[in-house]
Design a protein around this ligand. Structure first.
Ligand code: CUK
Ligand code: CUA
Length: 643
């Protein structure tokens, strides 16, 4: 319906354009099309994405920022970047990682004594209620440093970073269970659990994988580390993950590769990891009963490793919490269908998408019917008896998403295509070229129990010739595809120049209920409560205490009060800064030159800053957001007087 109206609209405009010249010039739109070399398909694509000023997008895409360690918020269909949320990396515009609160937050993600200020973000996960995105929270992992962050969608601000020394890396994170009971984080590269050294020759005996179930407290908006737990896994490379839902609720599915347990050693006479890890025809999907595991944890059948309660591998086997089913060569994505009845797995070195039937898998588990055990004793189900069938997709299928019409969309990496296929008969309907080497793809509400259909975004790894040349490091390419019609239509190319995003999730925009300003005045965004040091208008002051000078300062268009701060050389300065405005978008920034001092205070927000006044000198301070006609005058001085 939507598509038909659009088609009529396009035809109408073209007709009008060819006639009298709508825009007043001769030839109008047709001339414009000719001048720019645009086809009718181009114009229809443009009309489907163009959003007039003041217009809103129907969906928001939360995309991993890859190496940037951040999260991007992108409007669909306009593909406009609306925000880059500071998560694992300092973000100067938001003052993220410069004030006391956000600096402490970033430091809470340090591992051991290493200060970590970057991340390799892969998989964002929106919080869910009954398997549907609820628009309250977002989680994202850091593959490089095995960390998970919690972002509040009340204000799009990072709230928490957690990490466990149990594991050294993650990948199949983050994925949530259908009511966000848990945020799931499996390790990727095996290592001795809890850190420490073991010779790589003892890989099979001493190295292990693990999956952490981080307990999420929705009321507090925090992961509760003390209520979280983990399960030890064999030293395979655990990969993508998905939580069961509806029919398969209570279970989690994790792919793995390198069941060969290759560990490289190219200069030591061993095959490289890539060939060592590709010998077997089958790897193992891990099938985990998390609801039963929860009870085993409650019964105390765990060991503490690196502070984490861990169900040891033998316990997991004995208690019937962990099963394997073979999956074809080097599997990558595992994606549970919206009804929870099937799991679709694609193998990087296999041409199929394999469709596993949950009913069949469950029946085999219930009957205790296994075809063998892995070297660690984990029971293995029959591949043939677990699947409904296989869809012949093409070369290098990776990830699958779903729509509301019974279609699945699978990214085909080596072919640079998105394949649309029918779940009912496993037939491929259509393939559309994308540019190039598509990794993940994301459909509107595509991971929920009720996908919307309409849009798919292909998240391409290579751009090659799509954009102007900007040197050897090229952006990634997000391509928006209209899936509402008979045939898929490529609508838009969006360069992503901050890192390699892996996954994204797309949520209906009206599900998000972000606040517009912080109320009442003095809110700390990390607690959403009025800060202890919040300053109200009229209460500005400078106090000298044992621990240094405390400056209680307000910001309002267009001045700071106080605007002169006199301190002595070497003194500790504690700055308590509140934006006392309540007008939407009336953000002030605060910077002191040469001191690495930079925060952003949104209307009603409070921030604390601590620094040591160094050498005597005169340091201008000023507002960094063009907030008013007299913004340039919103300035003052830090005077560091000699002792
Ligand atoms: S991964 Cu990158 S294309 Cu990290 Cu989900 Cu598949
Ligand atoms: Cu406040 Cu510029």
């Amino acid at each position: 319906m939507k598509a038909r109206i659009l088609a009529i609209a396009v035809a109408g405009i073209l007709l009008a354009a060819s006639g009298c010249g709508q825009d007043g010039s001769n030839g109008g739109l047709l001339n414009l099309m000719n001048a720019r070399g645009l086809s009718e398909a181009d114009v229809s694509a443009a009309l489907k994405t163009y959003t007039p000023t003041g217009g809103r997008d129907d969906y928001l895409l939360f995309a991993s920022g890859g190496h940037s360690g951040q999260v991007m918020v992108i409007g669909v269909p306009s593909m406009r970047i609306l925000k880059v949320i500071g998560v694992f990396t300092p973000e100067p515009w938001q003052g993220y990682g410069y004030g006391d609160q956000t600096n402490a937050l970033l430091s809470s993600g340090d591992r051991g004594d290493t200060e970590l200020r970057w991340a390799d973000t892969h998989h964002p996960a929106l919080s869910e209620t009954k398997g549907d995105y609820d628009g309250e929270y977002l989680f994202i992992n850091d593959k490089a440093n095995a960390r998970v962050a919690v972002i509040s969608l009340k204000d799009f601000v990072t709230q928490q970073i957690v990490t466990s020394r149990l594991i050294e890396s993650d990948h199949g994170a983050t994925f949530v269970t259908p009511n966000t009971e848990y945020v799931v984080e499996p390790s990727q590269y095996p290592a001795p659990l809890g850190g420490g050294y073991a010779p790589i020759e003892q890989f099979n005996e001493k190295y292990r994988g693990a999956v952490i179930f981080w307990k999420f407290d929705r009321e507090k908006g925090r992961i509760v580390e003390a209520q979280s737990w983990a399960m030890e896994l064999p030293p395979y490379m655990q990969d993508l993950t998905d939580a069961g839902k509806l029919a398969s609720d209570g279970w989690v599915f994790i792919n793995s590769f390198n069941t060969e347990r290759a560990w490289g050693g190219t200069l030591e006479g061993n095959p490289p990891m890539e060939s060592g890890a590709s010998q077997n025809d089958m790897d193992y999907m891990h099938i985990i009963n998390w609801r039963s595991a929860e009870k085993v944890v409650a019964a105390g059948k765990t060991e503490r490793i690196a502070g984490m309660r861990v169900i040891r591998l033998q316990t997991a086997i004995d208690e019937g919490l962990l099963y394997f089913v073979p999956e074809p060569k080097s599997p990558h994505g595992v994606d549970v269908t919206p009804d929870g009845k099937e799991m679709v797995v694609s193998g990087k070195l296999d041409t199929h998408a394999t469709v596993y039937s949950w009913a069949k898998v469950k029946a085999l588990i219930d009957a205790g019917k296994f075809v063998g055990k892995d070297p660690y004793g984990v029971p293995i189900l029959s591949f043939e008896d677990s699947i409904r069938g296989q869809a012949e997709i093409g070369l290098g299928p990776l990830h699958t998403q779903y729509d509301n019409k019974g279609f699945a969309y699978t990214s085909v990496f080596l072919e640079s295509k998105v394949a649309k296929w029918r779940l009912s008969d496993l037939q491929v309907i259509e393939k559309i070229p994308v540019h190039y080497n598509v990794g993940h793809l994301v459909a509107a509400e595509g991971d929920t129990v009720s996908p919307d259909g309409g849009y798919v975004v292909a998240m391409n790894k290579w751009a090659i010739d799509r954009f102007n040349n900007v040197g050897p490091l090229l952006p990634q390419n997000f391509q928006l595809i209209d899936t509402s019609g008979e045939a898929m239509q490529l609508l838009y190319d969006m360069p992503i120049p901050i890192g390699e995003p892996h996954y994204a999730q797309m949520i209906k925009a009206d599900k998000l209920k972000s606040i517009e300003v912080y109320t009442p005045i003095g809110i700390d965004p990390l607690t959403h409560k009025v800060a202890k040091n919040a300053v109200q208008a009229g209460q500005e002051r400078i106090e000298r205490r044992a621990d240094g000078v405390h400056v209680y300062m307000t910001a309002v268009r267009s001045h700071f009060t106080p605007d002169i701060v006199r301190v002595k050389e070497g003194e500790h300065v504690h700055l308590h800064l509140t934006n006392v405005e309540q007008a939407k978008d009336a953000t002030h920034g605060f910077a002191i030159g040469s001191k690495n001092i930079n925060v952003s205070i949104e209307p009603g927000e409070h921030a604390d800053l601590h620094f040591i006044a160094g050498k005597p000198g005169v340091y201008p301070l000023y507002c960094t957001e063009f907030c008013s006609a007299l913004h340039l005058e919103m300035a003052g001085y830090l005077l560091v007087e000699p002792r």
